[in-house]
Each structure stands twice: as C-alpha cells, then as structure tokens.
Design a protein around this ligand. Structure first.
Ligand code: NGO
Length: 679
C-alpha cells in the first residue's frame, strides 16, 4: 500500500546562508579556540511527500491513489461546511496550524455546493456511513483535500491525519519553504474505543496553565480526546474552591521536594477547559478521596477526626492520609467541592480518586463512597474512580467508570464492578503509566510497576487484557503521567513521547492492524515532526528514528536520548538542557551516538555542548557514519561540571540517516556532554 512519491525539484530560490558561503571564523571564547565554519552555498533541500502509511494511530483503511499528490498553494483556502459553527471552528484551528509554517493567507470561506474548491474542505455530509461519531473520510486528489465526517469531532480527527500527511516542517513555528505536498488517496477511519485519554498529575508538582495548554496541543495530534487532571493529593491542592479558600492558598502552597507549588484560579481552570474543548478534548477533573488528602487536612483542622491539622507534606509516600468518614462535616466539605467543580466542568465525568485509602477501613471506605457517589450523580455527572471503587461494599452508581491501574491480568474489583454495569478505562501501571522509567538509565521516572520501553507500552490488547472484562465493557485507554519525579515541561515531553502515541494507537486503531514491526516504522517517522515541534522525546533504540521521511537535520539532539555506551544519563549538574546529560565512565572507548536525518547530502555545523570539571583535556574522536571527522579533538577543562561550553565543527552528512558518534579517547573518559546542535 505504500506510495512512491514523485521527487520534487530542488528549490531555485537561493539559500539565506549563501551569502555567508564558505566563511570561516575564528572565535576565542573563555580561553578556548572555537572554529566556526558556516555552511557553504547549497540549494534548499528537496522535500518529498510523506507516505500515507506513516499516520499514527494507523487508520482503519488507507488507499493510496498512486496518482498525483495535492500541493497546497499560496492561493488555497479552507472551506468549512456552510452554516456550521463547529465546522468553522475546526477550519480556524486548521488555518492556525498551517499559516504558521506555510506563511500562506489560507482564507476561510463557507464551502459551496459545487466541486470542492482548491484547498481543504471540511464537510459534514457525504462521509462513509461507517465513520460514526468520531471518524472521518479524507480524500486527496490533485485538486483538493476533502474531509467529510458526521460531526465536528470527526472533522477534527481528519485534520490531525492531514497534519501528519504534510511534511514534518508543517509543524514549524516559523515560515518554511514550500512545497507542501499531500499524498493522493483515500482514508476512511474511526476509533476502536470512544475514550482515549492521558492524565497529568498537577498535584505532586504543579504545572502552570501554559504548560498544560502546550501539552494539549501535542496530545491532540494523536487523537487523544480526554485529559484527566489530578488536581489534589497529599502534596498539594491545585484548584480554588470558594467555600474552602485555604485549600488552594495554603494546601496548594508547596509540592514534592518543597517547592512553591501553585494552584489554578477558577478562571484559569476554565481557560484550560475551553482551550481543550477547541481541540476536541474533554477535561476530567479529579479530586482524590478519601485518601491522598493531606493537603486538605492540613488546610482545615476540622476535617481531621482528631481536630488537629497535620503539617503540609512534601515527600512521596502514599496511603497515610484520610478524610474523616465519621464526621458529618466531611460530607458537607465534599459536596461543596464537587458542586463547585461540577460547575466548572462541561464534561460528563467527575473523578473521585478512591485509590490507596489505606488509612480508611473497608467499612469506612464503603460508607464514604456510598455517601459521595450520589453527590456526583445529583450534579448530572458520572462517577469515575480508580478501580478500588469497585469494592463490594461500594454501590454501583449510574454511568460509573472504573479505571484499572493494577499489574495483573485479572482483577476481582474490576470484574465485580463490570458485572454491576460499570465500564472500564484501562491504565495498567506496568503498560500505560507514563511516569515509569523506560530503562534503568532513564534520568527521571519511577519503576515500582515496571520499566516500560516503547514495545511494552504498545504490545497489549486493552479489549482482552483483563479476564472477565469483555471488550464491550472497555470504554477505552488512558496513560497517566504522575509527577513525583516530573518537574519540568521537558520531563513531561520526554516521558510522554513516544509512549503516548503507542497508547493512542491501542485506543484508536482496530486490533487487526496491531503489528509492532509496522508500528515502529510509523513511529520513527514521527521523530522529525517532534524535533521540529521542539519536543524532547526519548529516542528509544527500539524505534528506527532514521526511517522516516528524510528531513532537514537542523535541531537539538539531547545526549540523554542518544545511544550511550558505557556512560550514564545524569541530571545532577546545574545548567544542562533537556532531562540530563551523559557522563562517561572513566575509560577510553565510551561513546555517545546520535542519529540525524538529512534530506540531502551536504555540510552542516555541529555544536557539542559539554563540561569538564577539571583542567584536564578529555579529547574525543568524532565520526560520521564511521568515518573520522575529527580525531583527538580537544575538549579542554571548563573548570566546573556546571560550566558548559560548546565545541563546533563542520561535517558532511549523507542523505537519509547519519550516525554521529563522539568517543572518549583517554582513560579519563569523555567530558560530560549535554547536547548536539545541528545547524
Ligand atoms: C499509583 C498511586 C499514585 C502514584 C502513582 C505513581 C495510583 C492510582 N495511585 O497510581 O498516587 O503517584 O502510582 O506511579
């Protein structure tokens, strides 16, 4: 089914770098001579159409036409269904994505009734009837791209596929040269499961609105339609509740490790909800009850059985706190919280946690849950909770969802809840938890459930995973990102990509398409896209990142996501970028190695950022595709491990995948390497 794209001629417009052709500058910086060799004149890289078979999650049906692709032109328009505001909103979203990188005007006008105009039409009629409420049909001919669906959700999902059919540079935040080619053919596509989610724990470490919005933008690309926000835990309460103001102001004033924490005002939370809704993502707020409540208990002494408020908590233990199930005040509190939360939540679910209530007896737990579930349903919402709410002492409530996070392939609490009518969201911790390390070397993450490499995240079937739970009882999948060790935006990126796209494919694509060997190629093709989007993803050695569409190689390649020989990824020196850097062991021969894709052969400038705590020079050999580019290149002492410098050299890349390796040559090992910039 793969489509051979016709080659496009190299662009004729001269490169902006041409005026600096061949210039060689000598720069003395901090006593270190750095040779900067700029790129000689070369044509802009030719850009090929991507293959229709590179889409993640893989669509239900892909039929490349083998004919002429569509090329987006400067005079193209976007034509949403006439008279539909939701379709017009999808059109505006698409225009926002495409205008950034193409620089085209892409005016939006209602679709006419005649033949599709040049550009992208977004129609709410004429789709294959099989596409259902979330699916779409996408037709690409030489003249136009037409997405048809039954709902705006379907159109939005079709738009995500269209993004992936355009060259990776379409994700650039700045204007990039054309051509913008979409391979010709037809895709008919719809999801296996209605629910495809991810969770962000903003309680253990607070993450501000801007970070959440950026995360939303990125997860939308993989047709994720629910974002669950874990808004309260022992270490912090992150949402304003007007009737109980100290929850946010005091309960939200710290986090794991003792940082300043933070909270969302109601307006900020609504901003997140609205931003997500524009991306067809529903926010599910979670208030974890009755355990994981130290932040609330510390804020209000009267919520404690003994009337004494505990200290704020900044550690990572679990299971020690509980609301007081025998106090009436507790239920007034929970009702106030859920009332205010429901008013901020257009989505159908309120998540009430329910996990690890180890400081509550089973009887108290049953009493508590049976009191609070009707509070949720009385507000027109359905209960969602971790699968412990399936305990036999807890009654079923209408529309109830249990979220499975165990390690086994059978669970009596889940099958018990299902037998009473509950649906299940699958988040097995040893498969779907994004906070688990990939390998022992992962610089952040935990490993209590498992180490989860990409294949482990991908190779399980949510529809048959739990015995006694038929696929018809499975609402979908969710990949939770707990944040005990996840502090920065960069950490979120590194743990989410590439595993979330793997979980997204489990949630969207038919099981008949499940195929690791095919998936890893499709996933590898996403890498250049993430590089352009500035996502610091984990370059799993299980995935051929070089196999995707050749692209321009410019970008930052973090050392911690390179192949590392006899070194470790560390994060204990200040000032590094990404999640860490590589620290070699004390021996010659240790190396760090990156794969860099290039659209065509030609010279590029490499900048290696490094530090070297002593005055000792730690020379390295640099090879490109096994050929020496620099032998015994000096990496002089920078005087402190947190003092970073760059070393620059020019090398010639070949078209396609290139292997760039920096190898330590002395018994001292190499310097600490932070990243490789390709310019
Ligand atoms: C468990 C626990 C959380 C931890 C997480 C870390 C659930 C549902 N409760 O998952 O409190 O943060 O593991 O992986």
């Amino acid at each position: 089914m793969s489509m051979v794209a016709p080659p496009f001629p190299a662009r004729r417009r001269p490169s902006r770098l041409a005026c600096l052709a061949g210039a060689v500058l000598l720069v003395a910086a901090a006593g270190l001579a750095v040779i900067v060799v700029t790129q000689p004149a070369r044509a802009q890289p030719a850009r090929l159409a991507v293959s229709m078979n590179e889409v993640v999650p893989v669509p239900v049906s892909v039929q490349p036409s083998g004919g002429t692709p569509y090329t987006l032109s400067p005079d193209a328009g976007i034509f949403p269904q006439a008279g539909s505001t939701p379709a017009a909103d999808v059109g505006a979203y698409l225009a926002g994505v495409l205008r950034r990188s193409t620089g085209y005007a892409l005016p939006i006008a209602p679709a006419g009734s005649g033949a599709p105009a040049r550009g992208v039409s977004l129609l709410l009629a004429g789709a294959d009837p099989g596409v259902g409420a979330q699916g779409y049909q996408l037709d690409v001919t030489a003249d136009a791209v037409v997405i048809r669906a039954q709902t705006a959700d379907g159109l939005f999902n079709g738009v995500q596929t269209l993004r992936q059919l355009l060259p990776p540079e379409i994700e650039s935040a700045v204007v990039r040269p054309d051509p913008w080619v979409v391979p010709g053919g037809r895709i008919v596509d719809y999801p296996r499961f209605a629910y495809r989610g991810t969770m962000l724990d903003v309680a253990r470490h607070f993450h501000p609105v801007a970070t959440v919005k950026q995360h939303i933008d990125r997860i939308a690309l993989y047709k994720i339609n629910y974002l669950h926000l874990h808004l309260s835990d022992d270490q912090g309460w992150r949402i304003v509740v007007d009737k109980w103001p100290r929850l946010a102001t005091y309960g939200g004033s710290t986090q794991v490790g003792g940082g300043p924490g933070g909270h969302y005002t109601k307006a900020q939370f609504q901003e997140i909800v609205a931003y997500a809704a524009q991306r067809h993502i529903t926010i599910i707020p979670e208030i974890d009850l009755p355990g994981h409540t130290n932040a609330a208990l510390a804020s209000y002494a009267e919520l404690n059985c003994n009337g004494v408020a505990p200290q704020l908590y900044t550690g990572t233990a679990v299971g020690f706190s509980s609301l007081c199930s025998s106090k009436e005040n507790t239920y007034a509190f929970v009702n106030d919280v859920l009332t205010e939360l429901a008013a901020l939540t257009p989505g159908p679910y309120l998540h009430i946690g329910g996990d690890e209530a180890d400081a509550t007896s089973p009887e108290q737990y049953g009493t508590f849950m049976n009191r609070i579930q009707p509070m949720v349903t009385a507000k027109g919402k359905s209960v969602m909770g971790w699968h412990q709410i399936g305990a036999s002492a807890v009654q079923h409530s209408p529309g109830r969802i249990v979220q499975y996070w165990g390690l086994n392939t059978s669970d009596a609490l889940v099958s018990g809840a299902v037998s009473k009518g509950a649906k299940v969201v699958m988040s097995p911790a040893n498969k779907a938890y994004l906070d688990m390390k990939y390998t022992a070397q992962s610089p952040v993450g935990q490993d209590w459930a498992a180490r989860i490499e990409v294949r482990t995240a991908y190779d399980w079937n949510p529809g048959t995973y739990l015995s006694g739970v038929p696929a018809s009882a499975v609402l979908g999948v969710e990949a939770p990102l707990w944040t005990e060790t996840i502090v920065t935006e960069d950490h979120i990126e590194y743990m989410t990509f590439p595993r979330l796209p793997a979980i997204a494919e489990l949630g969207w694509s038919p099981w008949s398409t499940h195929d690791w060997d095919a998936f890893r190629l499709r996933l590898g093709a996403q890498g250049p896209r993430w590089t352009i989007m500035g996502i610091d993803f984990y370059r799993s050695p299980q995935v051929p990142w070089g196999s995707g569409t050749p692209t321009t190689p410019a970008g930052r390649y973090e050392a911690e996501s390179a192949t590392i020989s006899r070194g470790v990824a560390e994060s204990n020196h200040a000032g590094f970028s990404g999640t860490g850097f590589v620290n070699y062991d004390n021996a010659a021969g240790a190396y760090v190695q990156w794969t860099v894709n290039a659209a065509q052969a030609g010279p590029v400038t490499l900048r290696l950022r490094y530090s070297n705590g002593t005055a000792v020079n730690r020379p390295m050999d640099i090879t490109v595709n096994g050929t020496p580019a620099a032998t015994g290149l000096a990496f002089a002492g920078t005087g402190a491990w947190a003092t970073w410098q760059t070393k620059t050299l020019t090398v010639t890349l070949r078209a396609g995948a290139n292997t760039i390796r920096a190898t330590a040559t002395t018994a001292n090992g190499g310097p600490n390497v932070d990243y490789l910039d390709v310019q």
